[in-house]
Design a protein around this ligand. Structure first.
Ligand code: SF4
Ligand code: SF4
Ligand code: FES
Length: 236
C-alpha cells in the first residue's frame, strides 16, 4: 500500500492591494510515499482544500500547453510534469517565473514573450515518426505541432534577457529559425530580424535555455544556426 507523507511548500504569494508586498506562505500536502504526484497536483490540493484564492495557470496537465511554468526550487520548470520524486529539497520553493511581471501568485504577464513571435508564423511541421500509419487517401503527409510549447522557461533562465531588455530572447529566435527553415521566400526578411539589434548578437551562448527547455527544443542550437546563416545564407 502507498501510505502518505507530508510535503511542505513555500509559495510566493502576491495579490495587488491584498497580499502586497509579496510574501511566502507555507502549505503542507499529504502525498503518496512513491512521490509520483506532480507539483501541479499539489497546487490543486492546496487550492481545493486549503486556500481557494491561490492562483496559477494550467490547462493540459501533460506538458503540452506550456501554461503551468513556474520557478521550482529556483529553476524554471513545468509544474505538471515535475514530480516530487525528482526533487530533494524540503520545503519546496515555488515562485512565479523569474524575469516576467507577476500578475498574481504564480501567474505572470506573457505579453512581452509573444511580442516577437508573429501569430501568422507556422506552428506545424511534417511528422517524421517511424511508427506513423500511412496517411489516408487524399492526404500526402502527416503534420504535427512544433515542439515549442511557449512556456517561457528558456526566457526566464536566459541571463542575456535579464540584462538586455532589447534582446528578443531564445523562444522568439527559435520561432524565427523555424519559419526560416520552412519558407524560402521569407528568408531575407527573417535573417534581417535575426541579425538586427534585438537578434542573435544579444545571446552570450550561456546555453541555459537549452538546459531548461522541457520539450527539448534546444533553442541555443536554433540561435547558432541563425548565426551560421547570417554568415553564409544557405541556397537550399
Ligand atoms: S544561449 Fe543565448 S539565448 Fe540561450 S540562455 Fe544563453 S544567452 Fe540566452
Ligand atoms: S523553447 Fe522550450 S523552454 Fe523555450 S518557450 Fe519553447 S518549449 Fe518553452
Ligand atoms: S498544464 Fe499544460 S504544460 Fe503544464
Amino acid at each position: 500500500m502507498n501510505s502518505m507523507e507530508m510535503f511542505k511548500f513555500r509559495i510566493r504569494r502576491y495579490k495587488p492591494g491584498a497580499i502586497d508586498p509579496p510574501r511566502f506562505e507555507t502549505f503542507e500536502v499529504a502525498v503518496g510515499q512513491d512521490r509520483s504526484a506532480s507539483i501541479l497536483d499539489c497546487l490543486e490540493q492546496i487550492r481545493l482544500n486549503q486556500d481557494p484564492t491561490l492562483m496559477y495557470r494550467h490547462s493540459c496537465h501533460h506538458g503540452s500547453c506550456g501554461t503551468c511554468a513556474c520557478q521550482i526550487n529556483g529553476t524554471p520548470r513545468l509544474a505538471c510534469t515535475t514530480k516530487l520524486s525528482q526533487l530533494s529539497a524540503d520545503p519546496l520553493i515555488i515562485e512565479p517565473l523569474e524575469g516576467f511581471d507577476c500578475i498574481a501568485d504564480l501567474v505572470v504577464n506573457m505579453d512581452d514573450f509573444f511580442k516577437d513571435i508573429d501569430c501568422k508564423w507556422s506552428y506545424l511541421q511534417t511528422d517524421q515518426s517511424a511508427d506513423a500509419p500511412p496517411p489516408p487517401g487524399g492526404i500526402t503527409t502527416w503534420s504535427r505541432l512544433e515542439d515549442c510549447i511557449e512556456c517561457g522557461c528558456c526566457v526566464s533562465a536566459c541571463p542575456a534577457v535579464q540584462v538586455n531588455s532589447a534582446f528578443m530572447g531564445p523562444a522568439a529566435l527559435t520561432a524565427v529559425h523555424r519559419q526560416y527553415r520552412k519558407f524560402r521566400q521569407q528568408r531575407e526578411r527573417l535573417l534581417a530580424i535575426a541579425g538586427g539589434h534585438r537578434g542573435v548578437k544579444g545571446c552570450h551562448r550561456a546555453l541555459v535555455c537549452s538546459k531548461v527547455c522541457p520539450t527539448r527544443v534546444y533553442p541555443a542550437r536554433h540561435i547558432d544556426e541563425l548565426r551560421r546563416q547570417l554568415k553564409t545564407p544557405s541556397s537550399t
